[in-house]
Design a protein around this ligand. Structure first.
Ligand SMILES: NC(=O)c1ccc[n+]([C@@H]2O[C@H](COP(=O)([O-])OP(=O)(O)OC[C@H]3O[C@@H](n4cnc5c(N)ncnc54)[C@H](O)[C@@H]3O)[C@@H](O)[C@H]2O)c1
Length: 396
């Protein structure tokens, strides 16, 4: 059993507390921190939390808790993580780990120097669908992964600080690109080095300094490409989709809209529908188990079981650091309009990647490019001559 300090009483503090209290039923949020006494007291009352405080240090250093969960705006992650490391507590931090790689590296170094457990709360790699899809990929169902595309778009976040670049570190890339990048990394292989990024980013709609839309390509040492698509301008709710292609197969994942529960109502039912839903009448896409579908349940199970067993969770602060480094390159590329290198001062994955060719023999003289059955029953083989390289076809 763990007694937990929860930092933050916003959207994520609420989801995390809901899961922690519902999950194993043996972990307890013992103290909650919020800036405002009214909000702290209300949250503590709603979730049956024994103590609340408006003093972050006091919450972190509470003698009864052994785990600190950081659910604060991005600019406060470093301060909270460093204080929790100093207190010798296990630390679980929401995404993104930091506003940039420099900050993320300082956080990583602080927890490693203190020798405390650290988990990166990247929920979207823990959705039951994603876990199963990653497992299938790791077992070779797709062959060699070539392309992992991940999309998160919605009409924009729910609090002021997200829209302020100074507090958030950026716009849609830092907010949602972090999810997409880690999803792609998980399919391509987290041991494979991300090399460079090409990114378009723009502020298409909102009167803000940061980008509200972006598309990026991350090139990996294996030759695979990770593609992220993020936007705070998308209308119609929250679109969460992933596509993975390999030499032998394909996976399509749809996590939010049109997942098999469509509801039409002309009058509504007077309540919350689903995160970022835009309406309460008409055709709607409610979600049966929101915290399950978003991965929070499996994520906290992995985190707390790893902590109990002295193991590393699937996602830790090193992953958060790599994601920040990729996003830094994306921001540089959006400015320079060039491929920009991913700068990783600390790289712990493979130094070499498998870039071997994928040549398939047809016979001694030819490589096979493509085989296709035609409508009239003939089979066409498109071949490349081993000597000379000429492309020819054989029809049988
Ligand atoms: N899927 C996810 O993993 C997910 C989803 C949403 C948010 N998040 C992350 O969680 C963190 C918080 O986001 P949120 O959606 O809960 O935001 P929110 O605005 O709903 O809540 C933020 C909390 O921090 C407090 N806060 C704001 N400014 C503060 C300040 N200057 N000092 C102290 N406390 C302050 C607020 O009072 C509130 O309790 C962010 O890092 C965000 O990226 C993750």
């Amino acid at each position: 059993m763990h007694k937990i300090t929860m930092l933050g009483t916003g959207l994520i503090g609420m989801f995390y507390t809901m899961v922690l209290h519902g999950l194993r039923s043996r972990d307890q949020v013992q103290v909650v921190y919020s800036r405002s006494p009214e909000r702290a007291a209300k949250f503590a009352g709603e979730w049956n939390i024994p103590k609340w405080t408006t003093n972050m240090e006091e919450a972190i250093n509470d003698p009864e808790t052994d785990v600190v969960v950081i659910g604060l705006p991005n600019n406060l992650h470093e301060q909270a993580a460093v204080a929790a490391a100093k207190a010798g507590k296990a630390i679980l931090c929401t995404k993104p780990l930091a506003r940039n790689a420099e900050e993320a590296l300082r956080i990583l170094q602080a927890v490693e120097a203190a020798g405390v457990f650290h988990g990166y709360l990247e929920d979207l790699v823990y959705t039951p669908k994603t876990l199963k899809a990653i497992q299938s990929t790791q077992k070779g169902a797709l062959g060699k992964v070539l392309w992992a595309r991940s999309r998160e778009t919605h009409p924009g976040p729910h609090s002021d600080w997200f829209w302020d670049k100074e507090q958030s570190g950026g716009g849609a890339i830092i907010d949602m690109g972090c999810h997409c990048i880690e999803i792609s990394r998980s399919f391509i292989g987290k041991q494979v080095k991300p090399l460079e990024v090409m990114c378009w980013a723009d502020t298409q709609v909102h009167p803000i300094e940061a980008e509200d839309s972006a598309v990026g390509l991350v090139r990996y040492a294996s030759g695979a490409v990770g593609q992220f698509e993020v936007s705070w301008t998308f209308r119609g709710g929250m679109d969460l989709r992933d596509e993975v292609s390999g030499t032998e197969g394909t996976i399509w994942l749809n996590h939010w809209l049109r997942t098999g529960f469509d509801l039409f109502t002309s009058v509504g039912e007077g309540g919350y529908v689903a995160e970022k839903a835009e309406g309460t009448t008409g055709w709607m896409f409610p979600v049966g188990d929101e915290v399950g579908a978003l991965g929070y349940v499996e994520m906290f199970s992995d985190m707390l079981n790893a902590l109990d067993q002295g193991k590393k969770p699937i996602e830790d602060f090193y992953d958060g650091y790599v994601v920040n480094a990729i996003m830094d390159a994306a921001y540089r590329s959006a400015k320079s309009k060039q491929w920009e290198p991913v700068i990783l001062e600390v790289w712990r994955g493979d130094s070499e990647a498998d870039t071997s060719g994928l040549l398939r023999d047809y016979d001694n003289q030819h490589y096979l490019i493509k085989e296709e059955k035609m409508p009239d029953g003939r089979i066409k083989f498109i071949l490349k001559e081993k000597v000379g390289g000429k492309v020819v076809q054989k029809v049988v």
